[in-house]
Design a protein around this ligand. Structure first.
Ligand code: FES
Ligand SMILES: [Fe+2]
Length: 414
């Protein structure tokens, strides 16, 4: 991130704190609840956003070395992603060219993949290299029967896959200026340390919405995240369909006492990039949580359930610190203590980090989302309100409506 951007975000957060005034979009909108319940909208979303749109599947650290592989089953097309023996990131449909069985499960390291059904074998470049009793099967041009390759791009530490073989990934168009800023953080050097999945009875957009404002921090998260973060302040900027969302920790007050040339964004904030349509990329010093939110892929066309997959990455330094801290007994219980939040040396163990992060989302944010889902399904609330202090929700909902050709959000007259 450019230094002047870093300073301008901090200046803005100080201004909001001093003025006791959150970010202000200047307008309010009505959000129709039907968008969370309509099966027609759900069908169009699936086709537009999940079958025909580039998907950010992971950070580079999920495929740490030549031969690494991972499978992805969250957006309707089963994907096998590999780092081939030359170190190149590739992606394939995880389906055998004989009769379509899956050729790989989970993640790990492999030079070749043997289909469990009749044992056809594929290299990590997707080539068909082995057919048992090939003369019984018949003459087959192996060069035409490799795994179906999908467009795959590794850039700035992010791994992108297009779910259609004939699809196109244009990160310049998709990320614009944000691409260089994301690349500047060096996410590609981080290692995968944990993963969790939250299956919830809420529309995927309600799950996204919980990441879209700081208004609830001091209220819903009063005893959890609210201990660490300032609510009602936000460094917010839009980049096309994406946005940057910077939340302030209570260490911001200490930062102000330091000379300006020592100010560092990651000392006192937790930035998050929202990447259209379903990614929340939250990070701190040496840590990233990649939050991927999907309509439940096991219930195609059903708008009432979603799956959130969170991948946690740490730098080697953060892993070392966390392991050392683990020996000294830093646990989930004291993670949110006021003492820990004030102690600049306090670090979390890996399990505490992932557990606390996930349980806050699941037990607090998504609980609200499940209530909202039931309310929307009751049919008795036609609209909800997006306040002036919730500009990221205006932005997100305006763009996905636009992408689906739905009529724009209606402003609420003051
Ligand atoms: S389906 Fe894979 S070998 Fe037959
Ligand atoms: Fe929250």
């Amino acid at each position: 991130m450019k230094r002047e951007v870093e300073l301008s975000i901090l200046d803005e957060l100080f201004r909001q704190l001093d003025d006791k005034r959150n970010v202000d979009a200047g307008v309010m909108y009505q959000n129709p609840t039907s968008v969370y319940t309509s099966t027609e909208v759900a069908d169009r979303e699936r086709e537009t956003f999940f079958r025909d749109h580039p998907q950010l599947i992971a950070l580079s650290g999920s495929l740490p070395e030549p031969g690494s592989y991972m499978t992805v089953d969250d957006f309707g097309v089963p994907v096998l992603a590999t780092r081939d023996s030359d170190g190149r990131f590739r992606a394939f449909v995880n389906a055998c060219r004989h009769r379509g069985a899956r050729v790989a499960e989970g993640q790990g390291k492999a030079a070749a993949f043997k289909c469990p059904f009749h044992n056809w074998v594929y290299s990590n470049r997707g080539e068909l290299t082995g057919i048992p009793l090939a003369d019984h099967v018949g003459a087959l041009d192996r060069s035409c029967h490799g795994l179906v390759e999908l467009p795959a791009v590794e850039q700035g530490g992010l791994l992108w896959v297009h779910p259609r073989a004939d699809g196109r990934i244009d990160l310049e168009q998709q990320l614009g200026d944000l691409g260089a800023e994301i690349a500047s953080w060096g996410f590609g050097d981080l290692r995968l340390v944990g993963e969790s999945v939250i299956e919830g009875r809420l529309n995927w957009k309600l799950a996204n919405d919980t990441f879209g404002e700081t208004y609830h921090f001091s209220r819903l998260h009063k005893n959890t995240l609210g201990q660490i973060f300032h609510g009602d302040v936000l460094g917010y900027e839009e980049f096309g369909r994406n946005h940057r969302f910077v939340i302030a920790t209570k260490r911001l007050d200490e930062l102000r006492a330091k000379p300006r040339n020592e100010w560092s964004l990651l000392d006192a904030t937790s930035p998050l990039y929202y990447l259209f349509p379903n990614i929340q990329l939250s990070f701190g010093r040496g840590t990233v949580s990649l939050i991927k939110i999907y309509p439940d892929p096991e219930r195609p066309g059903d708008p009432s359930h979603s799956r959130t997959r969170v991948l946690h990455y740490f730098s080697q330094e953060a892993i070392d610190l966390a392991e050392a801290a683990g020996e000294h007994g830093v646990t989930a219980e004291n993670t949110y203590s006021a003492e820990a939040s004030r102690d600049p040396d306090a670090v979390l163990t890996l399990s505490a980090f992932t557990e606390v992060f996930d349980s806050t989302i699941e037990k607090e944010d998504y609980l609200m989302g499940e209530h909202q889902q039931r309310a929307a399904e009751s049919g008795q609330l036609e609209h909800l309100v997006f306040g002036r202090n919730e500009p990221a929700l205006h932005h997100y909902h305006s763009h996905f409506r636009d992408a689906l050709g739905l009529r724009p959000l209606q402003q609420i007259d003051p």
